[in-house]
Write a protein that binds this ligand. Structure first.
Ligand SMILES: [Zn+2]
Length: 146
């Protein structure tokens, strides 16, 4: 487990310090001169540099990552509008699990308000390969599996 972490704009800079204190390489969008760009404009950079994205904007990124064949992973701090201390606490829980894994490739880790961490495949193997929806909304899946 060595992939670096990239903290999204929506989350506190304190998460970078937390990651460093646990021995991870981590950076924040504010350190990259990329503040104000649309979040998803960062995706080519993240993929190229193998950054695991840590974000609060889970739904948007889950949708976008579901369209990728290969990505280094996504960590979602699920609750919105929480203070810095709770962000750090929940991130700490996520890192604990992250450290026990080889990598987070093609997976999404979510941590909820109570600090519960769940991991799922992304894209979901049950999703339609064309429209990425469960159940399929484009008709492709229906043709294959009548
Ligand atoms: Zn479909």
């Amino acid at each position: 487990m060595s992939d670096p972490l990239f903290i999204d704009e929506c989350l506190s800079l304190a998460l970078v310090a937390k990651a460093h204190s646990r021995g991870h390489h981590a950076t924040h969008v504010a350190f990259m001169g990329r503040l104000g760009e649309q979040d998803w404009d960062l995706m080519p950079f993240l993929l190229k540099e193998n950054f695991v994205l840590v974000t609060n904007n889970g739904e948007e990124f889950k949708r976008r990552y579901a369209n990728l064949d290969l990505h280094p992973g996504l960590i979602i701090i699920v609750p919105g509008g929480i203070g810095k201390e709770l962000q750090v606490e929940l991130f700490d829980r996520a890192l604990e699990v992250f450290e026990s894994m080889d990598d987070l490739v093609n997976k999404v880790m979510s941590v909820d308000i109570d600090g519960n961490v769940t991991i799922a495949d992304l894209p979901d193997p049950n999703a339609c390969q064309i429209c990425k929806a469960i159940p399929c909304i484009c008709g492709n899946r229906r043709l294959k599996f009548p």
